[in-house]
Design a binder for this molecule. Structure first.
Ligand code: AMP
Length: 432
């Protein structure tokens, strides 16, 4: 390497890796609010938080998500650990939650076990608006107990309650039932679907053509404009459900109605893996462009068993937190509170001691306070307070200290008033 190249290398500016990003203030205040609301709402439905690790054995995801899915075959960040085992950054968390349920013998707890999580997921997708390689999900799973339709409905009710509390408006809930993996139900349907697809194969794009053999249900997911008219002519799964699955689906819809949850049916909403069954759902939100799904979920009664556990009912969902935040911002609901409550403009040594005391008391009372580390002229201090979006400036000069009367300036109106020190906090509290 020449000296010049070495110098250039040294000066190289580092950037976040493509598809990842820094979440910064003030936006992170909105992230905190969204997560805090999840903690609060999910707790009212009896869910407890689980924090699984961010990496797991590659084999766990291969088995749970499916080796033939795009997620596992193309998008996972996998690496060899020093002991030669293969490890992957989690592309989703349902697999981990089911692994934890088995590993900790949670089937002996009162059923169902209701768990939720928040955190980053990793998929090597093509980045675009609302699609990242490190993205965040807020998800919940109900494991064990029965598959009573009321459980499906309550999971969805909780989601819609959450979206409402967080201020997401204009969300649409789509539901479907994909039956179960039996000849008189989904397997029969898939055979018919395959036959119908073979007939129109020439008119489909290469992805869909490939899926006719590997995963015909996934063709229904296609967003390709040129395929839409053809897909509309394909057989519907609702006409091929067995009596039990039909009854379950009807009961889920009834249960949603009792709970006042509005839904639309979408027969094309599928999950391409065998252990998914019956209820599937998706929620779209405005302001997101083509990546408008803000949540996906469904019932997966076979998954725990597939991972080596006992036969266990399961249903869950994952909310795309990045997209939820985007949609809130687009609708103007995402205004994060910025700025300080109080900027302390102090001058003089005596005033500084009083300023430190005031900062401590105000912070203890829950106010956010900026205490400049060096003395400033009042004019400059007030300018700084404005720039930081402070609501009040507490002016402390030697006069104020000797009179024991502090000056509080409301920055939006310019009004000033004198307050004795002990009254300051009470006064500010009354103004909130
Ligand atoms: P899935 O785990 O694929 O069912 O996705 C559940 C939700 O996570 C989706 O509805 C999206 O809101 C979100 N999501 C999935 N992949 C990404 C990604 N690459 N970037 C941002 N959000 C994503």
């Amino acid at each position: 390497m020449s000296d010049a190249t070495a110098k250039k290398e040294e000066r190289r500016k580092f950037q976040a890796i493509r598809g990842t990003r820094d979440l910064l203030p003030p936006e992170t205040a909105l992230w905190n609010r969204v997560e805090q609301t999840a903690h609060e709402v999910f707790a009212t439905f009896g869910y407890g938080e689980i924090r699984p690790p961010i990496f797991e054995p590659t084999e766990l995801f291969a088995r749970a998500v499916g080796g033939e899915t795009d997620i596992v075959s193309k998008e996972m960040y996998s690496f060899e650990d020093r002991d030669d085992s293969s490890i992957s950054l989690r592309p989703e968390a349902t697999a981990s939650v089911c692994r934890a349920y088995i590993e900790h013998g949670m089937q002996i707890l009162p059923q169902p076990v209701k768990l939720y999580y928040t955190g980053p997921m990793f998929r090597r997708e093509r980045p675009q608006k609302g699609r990242y390689r490190q993205f965040y999900q807020i998800g919940a799973e109900v494991l064990g107990g029965t598959d009573a339709p009321a459980i499906d409905a309550e999971v969805i009710e909780m989601l819609m309650t959450y979206f409402d509390k967080v201020g997401l408006h204009g969300a649409t809930l789509y539901i479907n039932s994909i039956g179960h993996n039996a000849e008189n139900c989904r397997r029969g349907y898939v055979a018919q679907l395959k036959a119908a697809l073979e007939k129109v194969k020439d008119q489909l794009g290469p992805d869909s053509q490939r899926r006719i053999d590997t995963n015909p249900l996934r063709v229904l997911d296609s967003k390709l404009e040129s395929e839409q008219a053809i897909i509309a002519t394909l057989p519907h799964i609702a006409d091929h459900l067995c009596d039990d699955c039909k009854a379950h689906y009807a009961a889920v819809k009834r249960q949603l109605e009792i709970r006042g949850v509005l839904y639309e049916e979408n027969w094309r909403l599928v999950r391409g893996l065998d252990y998914y069954m019956r209820t599937t759902f998706e929620i779209t939100a405005p302001g997101l462009g083509s990546q408008n799904a803000v949540c996906g979920g469904g019932r997966y009664d076979g998954l725990v068993e597939l991972l080596g556990g006992p036969p266990t009912k399961g249903i869950g969902f994952a909310i795309g937190e990045d997209r939820l935040i985007l949609s809130l911002q687009e609708s103007g609901k995402g205004q994060a509170q910025q700025g300080r409550d109080v900027y302390i403009a102090w001058m003089g040594e005596h005033a500084y001691a009083a300023a430190i005391r005031a900062a401590k008391d105000l912070r203890n009372a829950g106010f956010s306070v900026e205490l400049p580390p060096v003395e400033q002229k009042f004019g400059k201090a007030l300018g700084q307070a404005d720039k930081l979006g402070a609501k009040y400036a507490l002016i402390l000069g030697d006069n104020e200290v000797s009179e024991a009367l502090w000056t509080l300036k409301t920055l939006s109106t310019g009004e000033q008033q004198k307050l004795p020190e002990p009254e300051l906090i009470d006064y500010l509290k009354r103004q909130q």
